[in-house]
Write a protein that binds this ligand. Structure first.
Ligand code: FPP
Length: 255
C-alpha cells in the first residue's frame, strides 16, 4: 500500500468515533409513504436498530446511544404510546440473549419512575445479565430528556450540599458533568439524526457540547450499514478543535 494510503487509513481508524448517539426519526413517515399504519414503521425501525447495533459492533465503536422514547413522546396518541412500550418490552425480551452472546452491554437511561414495575425489572435484569460485556455498550434512552438529566444531577448535588457532604462551591461544571447519566462513558463523538429534521430535541444536551452533528434525510427504517458508513466518513473528514485553533490541532496531531 502506498505510504499516503497507509497514512490515510491510519487516520481514518483514528477518526472512528468511540461513541455514536442517534435520534431515530422517520418511522411514521416511512409507514405513511407506503400507506401502512404507523406501527409498521416502528416495527421496521426495530429491524434497523438490530442492523446498526451489529454494524457498530463490527466496526469497533465502543458506545451506541439510541433515543427510543423521549420524555415528550408521552404527548403522542395513547395507542401509539402503548404500542411503543409494548414493542420496547418485546424487543428487549427477544434480543437480550443474542446481544449478550455478541458481547453487548445494555444500559438504560431516563426517568424510570414512570414505568410499571415489570418494565423496570426487565431493564434491570437486561443490564445485570450483560454487565460484564465489552464488545459494545448499547445505551437506550427511554423517558429521557436532556433537561431532566441536568436537573436531576443538580438536585442530587444540591441535596448533598444541604446534607453537608459537599460545599456549594463544589458544584461546578466538572461535578455536575460527573453526576449526569452515562458520565462514566466517553462523551458522544458523533450525533446522527435521521428523518430530515435538524434539531437536538432535548437529547443529551450537556453531553453533546463538542459532538459532531450529522443529519440525513433517510428515514430511520432505511438507515443501514452503508448509511452508517457514510456518516462515519463525514465524521472522519472533520477537524475537532475543542476550542483550539486549527493550527494547534494540526501541530499536536503531528507531534
Ligand atoms: C421516531 O419516529 C421514532 C420513535 C419515537 C420511536 C423509535 C423507537 C424504535 C425504533 C424502537 C426501539 C426499540 C428499542 C428496544 C431500542 P416518528 O414516529 O417520530 O416518525 P415520524 O417523524 O415520521 O412521524
Amino acid at each position: 500500500m502506498a505510504r499516503e494510503t497507509v497514512k490515510a487509513a491510519e487516520q481514518a481508524v483514528q477518526q472512528l468515533p468511540r461513541h455514536v448517539a442517534i435520534i431515530m426519526d422517520g418511522n411514521g413517515r416511512w409507514a405513511k409513504r407506503r400507506n401502512l399504519p404507523r406501527p409498521w414503521g416502528h416495527r421496521e425501525g426495530v429491524k434497523a436498530v438490530r442492523c446498526i447495533v451489529e454494524a457498530c459492533r463490527q466496526r469497533g465503536i465502543e458506545v451506541l446511544t439510541l433515543f427510543a422514547f423521549s420524555s415528550e413522546n408521552w404527548r403522542r396518541p395513547k395507542t401509539e404510546v402503548s404500542l411503543l412500550m409494548d414493542l420496547f418490552v418485546r424487543t428487549i425480551k427477544k434480543e437480550v440473549d443474542d446481544l449478550h452472546r455478541n458481547g453487548v452491554r445494555m444500559r438504560f437511561i431516563g426517568d424510570r419512575s414512570a414505568f410499571a414495575p415489570k418494565m423496570r425489572a426487565l431493564m434491570a435484569s437486561a443490564e445485570q445479565q450483560t454487565a460484564d460485556n465489552r464488545q459494545l455498550t448499547l445505551v437506550i434512552a427511554v423517558n429521557y430528556g436532556g433537561r431532566w438529566d441536568i436537573a436531576d444531577a443538580a438536585r442530587r448535588l444540591a441535596a448533598q450540599a444541604v446534607a453537608g457532604a459537599i460545599g456549594v462551591e463544589d458544584i461546578n461544571a466538572d461535578t455536575l458533568g460527573r453526576a449526569l447519566c452515562i458520565a462514566d462513558l466517553h462523551e458522544p463523538d458523533l450525533f446522527i439524526r435521521t428523518g430530515g429534521e435538524q434539531r437536538i430535541s432535548n437529547y443529551l444536551l450537556w453531553q453533546l457540547a463538542y459532538t459532531e452533528l450529522y443529519f440525513t434525510d433517510l428515514l430511520w427504517p432505511d438507515f443501514d450499514a452503508a448509511a452508517l458508513d457514510e456518516a462515519l466518513r463525514s465524521f472522519a473528514g472533520r477537524q475537532r478543535r475543542f476550542g483550539q485553533t486549527g493550527d494547534q490541532v494540526e501541530q499536536s496531531r503531528r507531534a
